[in-house]
Design a protein around this ligand. Structure first.
Ligand code: PLP
Length: 451
């Protein structure tokens, strides 16, 4: 039989568990409790194989910024497939979608970030960055300058490079990661690790771990620092205001390249095109993916400043992907950027959605289970705790209460993710106040069910 939406859910789940290996999932568990089958989506709502509508509080994986099911995006893909389905950008050829997207990104990105190296995903783009910063220093006659400093509990993807740059213990525990010459310093996670310090003092202290590491290795060994503007997968951890200015100062002082991973924060998530503007950061390279195409096609890239691009362009950089600048993905990304601009989606975020969501989200801090509720633009987190005053964790197994809360949300038709005992949201940027009301109502009901 042909496998379509019309098969019973149980049969789809059986076939799924039998043949489909899922990312970040215990496959055997799917034999007992099948995966929820998502069959379609419009706007901010998913529909499952039982016909139940679910509000997607995560915009897929932080990516569907313009919402699901936009006809213009389908048209852009179809037009490009008919015109030029595929061609590569290796060996002195190029094509109009790649040219147009690179030029558009150079226009949107701040400062002198004027050059784009395309990839198929955020992980691939971070692998590019790793090789690019090391190649930069080698070309400048300093090949020993190859250490990249990143953060514990950062997330930069799950390829060998991306997974190594990330600082997540479960990822490092499998498959020989991290690869050599990547060093992780502490994260600016005041709520979990700040103790009695003020957030500002703690932010400064965590940034100064970068200086300590640079001095320990010797500045002549350190190529670059990489961090997410706001840690996403680590639990939506918004750094204290002192953190990024100090990181910037240290990078400048020792001539260390600064890579800001904007895979989640790019394209409006924090209210500006890039979070570098929100936090006043001047990076040498930013990583983009996800919101670049609103997830309609897989595409990522490194947006590179003049200084680094001049050195890399002067040599043959032996790096690239078959799908670097894929014409269909690039055409779809361009259409996404057109929609973001022409429909003034960033104005909607700044003037309507983010202020409305912030007021409602921060009020969740009054819930008996919630120790803090924080939000930056359209990405927010709450910390679940048995004791608000001490910011204690639940004594139960790591993540259990968060997992229960996530499952309550799912049963109540809301996608909200958990990271340990933190609950996180990152809805489509186009979400309306009425839909935010539904999100908050379902989140509150789910929290109440965890009491
Ligand atoms: N960087 C950040 C900050 C991310 O959040 C992610 C994915 O969640 C990645 C990189 C990896 O992107 P991809 O999954 O497209 O490889």
């Amino acid at each position: 039989t042909t496998i379509t939406n019309h098969l019973p859910t149980a049969e789809l789940q059986r076939l799924d568990a039998a043949h489909h290996m899922h990312p970040f999932t215990t496959g055997d568990a799917l034999n007992k409790k099948g995966a929820r089958v998502i069959t379609k989506a419009r706007g901010v709502f998913l529909t499952d194989s039982e016909g139940i509508e679910i509000l997607d509080g995560m915009a897929g994986l932080w990516c569907v910024n313009i919402g699901y099911g936009r006809e213009e995006m389908a048209e852009a893909a179809a037009r490009q497939i008919r015109e030029l389905t595929y061609y590569n950008t290796f060996f002195q050829t190029t094509h109009v979608p790649a040219i147009a997207l690179a030029a558009k990104l150079a226009e949107l990105a701040p400062g002198d970030l004027n050059h784009v190296f395309f990839a198929g995903s955020g992980s691939e783009a971070n692998d590019t960055n790793l090789r690019m910063v090391r190649t930069y220093w080698a070309q400048k006659g300093q090949p020993e300058r190859n250490i990249v400093i990143a953060r514990k509990n950062g997330y930069h993807g799950s390829t060998m490079g991306g997974g190594s740059l990330g600082g997540m213990a479960p990822i490092h525990s499998q498959g020989g990661l991290p690869i050599p010459n990547i060093h992780h310093i502490g994260q600016p996670h005041w709520y979990a690790e700040g103790g009695d310090m003020s957030p500002e003092e703690f932010g400064l202290q965590r940034a100064q771990e970068l200086e300590a590491a640079i001095l320990e290795f010797g500045p002549e060994r350190v190529a670059a620092f990489i961090g997410e503007a706001v840690q996403g997968a680590g639990g939506v951890i918004i750094p204290p205001s002192t953190y990024w200015p100090e990181i910037q100062r240290i990078c400048k002082k020792y001539d260390i390249l600064l890579i800001v991973d904007e895979v989640i924060t790019g394209f409006g998530r924090t209210g500006n095109w890039f979070a570098c503007e929100t936090f006043g950061i001047e990076p040498d390279i930013i990583t983009v993916a996800k919101g670049l195409s609103s997830g309609y096609q897989p595409i990522g890239g490194s947006i590179v400043g003049d200084k680094v691009a001049a050195v890399i362009n002067a040599c043959e950089f032996n790096h690239g992907y078959t799908y670097s600048g894929h014409p269909v993905a690039a055409a779809v990304a361009l259409e996404n950027l057109r929609i973001l601009e022409e429909e003034k989606v960033l104005d909607h975020v700044r003037e309507v959605a983010a202020p409305y969501l912030k007021a409602k989200w921060e009020a969740l801090a009054d819930h008996p289970l919630v120790g803090e509720a924080k939000i930056c633009g359209m990405m927010g987190s709450i910390a679940l705790t048995p004791d608000k005053a001490s910011r204690a964790k639940f004594a139960s197994e790591e993540g259990t209460v968060g997992l229960i809360c996530r499952e309550r949300c799912f049963a109540n038709s809301l996608v909200m993710r958990h990271v340990g005992d933190r609950m996180i949201i990152s809805p489509p940027l186009v979400i309306t106040p009425a839909e935010i009301d539904i999100l908050i109502e379902r989140a509150t009901k789910s929290l109440d069910e965890c009491l």
